[in-house]
Design a protein around this ligand. Structure first.
Ligand SMILES: Cc1cc2nc3c(=O)[nH]c(=O)nc-3n(C[C@H](O)[C@H](O)[C@H](O)COP(=O)(O)OP(=O)(O)OC[C@H]3O[C@@H](n4cnc5c(N)ncnc54)[C@H](O)[C@@H]3O)c2cc1C
Length: 346
């Protein structure tokens, strides 16, 4: 029995695997061990493998929010767990999705199946299991607003747990998982989608796009199409130019800090987020420092959106990281603000 289990685990584990095609920056890094996890059974088998037991582990989805700056001397657990189930519960449809499903494909499928609610989050790359990690958000909607619960596997204790919204401690591009990387693997996520759907079109880009299309009473598919069109215009396609979307979070400052900044920089872009706090547009700060379009070797600040760092072709993760540090330095010197990277840096 032990021998049979060991043989199966050995089938799942590969040695010395290139991660270049497993991260949207397209940077080279090698994993000493690599296993595709298609089920809880796969996970259990891999975690008891003698080569993996004491090795560092890294959970990987679509690799669209991660920057590899070195080889990974442990086991990469590439989450491929499939599945989608739906139940109607009163005012909500509860939709449970396997962590390995592609986020955008699920959003589109739900819109097509008349279970809307996630359409503002269309075209965000990556997997469903990674979406709660930074509480993905775009165009006026955050995952937390459509979240019901998730199942995690504790990598150390081997316990399967269901966590609700409170347990996940969602914040702006933040959750409990961001502060304890590697402790848990998200197996599935359940969304609560209101059956009485109302479009979220307050975001100025969405509003303008719908107006341009002469749509006054948008259906879910209209919002989906509008978001997809806006994103295609604004953001670089990782299939063509390596990137991880926004590289920095928008910094949040107090009212007093904002007032002082505006005195010195009257065109500063900021949003009132309540409680005397203001979110600053990190892209504006970077642009104001003259860094938009800056090229350093094979890494660059994207010429159309200063918040995005790109791999022009053949860049190493270290080159991208050096550029990120330079951006942080110039913004700190000019504005006294610390930009925080959004992707995980390995
Ligand atoms: C062009 C582009 C546009 C983007 N736009 C947005 C946007 O509008 N809004 C936004 O919020 N993000 C955006 N992103 C960032 C990214 O798409 C999201 O953060 C996405 O959720 C990452 O998914 P992933 O599967 O690729 O995660 P990965 O990059 O594989 O992993 C990210 C982190 O999550 C962990 N992780 C992954 N899967 C699991 C799991 N099953 N269990 C536990 N931990 C896990 C990893 O260990 C890592 O720490 C964009 C990225 C790109 C490239």
């Amino acid at each position: 029995m032990v021998i049979a289990q060991d043989l199966m685990a050995r089938d799942l584990i590969q040695r010395d695997v290139s991660l270049r095609t497993f991260n949207t920056f397209g940077v080279e890094a090698r994993a000493a061990l690599f296993a595709r996890i298609g089920s809880l059974r796969d996970l259990q088998q891999v975690l008891v493998d003698p080569r993996v037991i004491d090795a560092p582990r890294l959970v990987l989805g679509g690799g669209s929010n991660i920057l590899f700056t070195r080889n990974f001397d442990g086991c990469v657990l590439k989450v491929d767990i499939p599945g989608l189930q739906r139940e109607d519960h009163g005012a909500f449809s509860l939709v449970s999705v396997g962590a390995g499903e592609n986020w955008h494909a699920i959003v589109e499928r739900l819109v097509d199946d008349d279970v809307p609610g996630l359409e503002n989050l269309a075209l965000i790359p990556g997997s469903v299991g990674a979406a709660p990690i930074q509480n993905i958000g775009a165009y006026g909607v955050e995952l937390a607003e459509r979240f019901h619960s998730l199942q995690t596997w504790s990598i150390d204790s081997g316990l399967l747990q269901t966590l609700n919204s409170e347990d996940c401690r969602f914040g702006y591009r933040d959750s409990v998982f961001k502060h304890e990387p590697g402790l848990r693997l998200i197996v599935s996520v359940t969304f609560a989608l209101p059956r009485d759907w109302n479009p979220v079109t307050g975001y100025v880009d969405v509003e303008n796009e719908l107006r341009r299309r002469q749509i006054t009473k948008p259906k879910p598919r209209d919002v989906f199409d509008a978001v997809v069109a806006i994103r295609k215009r604004k953001l670089p396609d990782p299939a063509l130019i390596g990137n991880a979307g926004s590289f920095f979070k928008n910094p949040v400052v107090s009212r007093q800090q904002r007032t002082e900044l505006i005195e010195r920089h009257p065109s500063l872009v900021s949003y009132d987020i309540g409680g005397g706090r203001y979110k600053l547009a990190a892209g504006w700060l970077i642009d104001a420092c003259g860094m938009k379009g800056a090229v350093r070797g094979r890494a660059a600040v994207f010429e159309r959106q200063a918040l995005v760092l790109v791999n022009l072709g053949g860049a190493t993760g270290a080159e991208v990281l050096a550029l990120a540090r330079e951006v942080q330095d110039v913004v700190r010197v000019r504005f006294g603000i610390e930009l925080e990277p959004e992707p995980r840096i390995v």
